[in-house]
Design a protein around this ligand. Structure first.
Ligand SMILES: *Cc1c(COP(=O)(O)O)cnc(C)c1O
Length: 301
């Protein structure tokens, strides 16, 4: 497998885009989108932020190899592969399920970044029965999705790239909740942070987020109504919304996370959830590589 020519992470590409759509302007609500998706074509915005302090830790401890786990279309897997390549670590991805006859685009990209893929059964994956090599001295293991204190601390630095005091609300998508925890930790005192869970009935999410909070009783929002069928599924209503959102704003989104985020914020605005004068910052956390799982032509971008 030829190693992919590395395009470096470029944090100076991050912009804050003001979105003018009737759903918001009619209600006198301001919506800005923080474009962390622009730091790299493949590495998901938030994934790189979540990884940065794990990699620093690995370097400090003299580790040579990063091992992590994820599903066959995991943004975290490919982001880890690319970040390790950029920082000269070996990387191993433990993938849920049998090795498929034809690797997913995500797996191919990860391998091109030099990642070795190891497949384990769904059962062992969910029971967290991982190969013994993860305890080697050379290895730093990073949990699923980058969940953990270092992940949240890295995600908190996303808000260094905007004027965070300007917002009454911050909205982000939530998978493991690591990014949400980091944003809650870093938000200005007057800002309320809310996550849109992309999974169905993820009942442990709130507890997992609270575990990562610096001030344990700091309030945050978590909305479970916009999973659009579940984590790995999507509705035609969602893809139609994403196409329409792109037409109006020129902002691409993904079916697992950011599409659901923009859909949720728009629906909430239409339902008068935001008082006039609110200013919302939505975090575009990237994830566009996951759209490669869709049939050609489903999306117009
Ligand atoms: C992984 C991911 C998320 C979820 O982040 P968590 O910290 O796991 O909640 C959100 N958006 C995108 C694009 C992602 O790839």
């Amino acid at each position: 497998m030829p190693v992919l020519q590395m395009q470096l992470i470029n944090l100076s590409n991050i912009t804050t885009n003001n979105i003018s759509l009737p759903s918001f302007s009619k209600k006198e609500v301001r919506l800005d989108v923080l474009r962390t998706d622009k730091i790299h074509p493949v590495v998901s915005g938030n994934k790189w932020f979540k990884l940065r302090y794990y990699l620093e830790k690995a370097a400090k401890l003299g580790k040579t190899t990063i091992v992590t786990k994820g599903g066959p279309w995991s943004n975290h897997i490919v982001a880890t592969a690319a970040a390790c390549k950029q920082s000269n670590f070996n990387s191993i991805g433990i993938i849920r399920g049998e090795r498929p006859p034809k690797p997913s685009v995500t797996m191919l990209d990860a391998m091109r970044y030099g990642m070795e893929l190891v497949f384990i059964s769904r059962k062992h994956f969910s029971e967290n029965k991982l190969p013994a090599f993860i305890t080697n001295n050379e290895v730093l293991f990073i949990d699923y999705g980058g969940y953990g204190t270092e992940g949240a601390e890295g995600a908190a630095t996303i808000l260094d790239y905007c004027a965070k005091e300007n917002y009454t609300h911050i909205y982000c998508s939530a998978g493991s909740g690591t990014m949400l925890a980091g944003l809650v930790n870093a938000a200005a005192p007057g800002t309320f942070v809310t996550g849109i869970s992309s999974m169905k009935n993820n009942n442990s999410l709130e507890t997992e987020i609270k575990f990562l909070l610096k001030e344990k009783n700091k309030q945050f929002g978590l909305i479970h109504d916009y999973h659009c069928g579940g984590f790995a599924t999507h509705t035609t209503e969602l893809t139609a919304f994403m196409n329409n959102f792109f037409k109006q704003t020129n902002i691409p989104s993904d079916i697992v996370y950011t599409g659901k985020l923009f859909y949720a914020i728009t629906d909430l605005a239409n339902k008068n959830h935001f008082p006039a004068g609110s200013s919302i910052l939505a975090i575009h956390s990237g994830g566009l590589q996951g759209n490669a799982s869709l049939n050609m032509g489903t999306l117009i971008f």
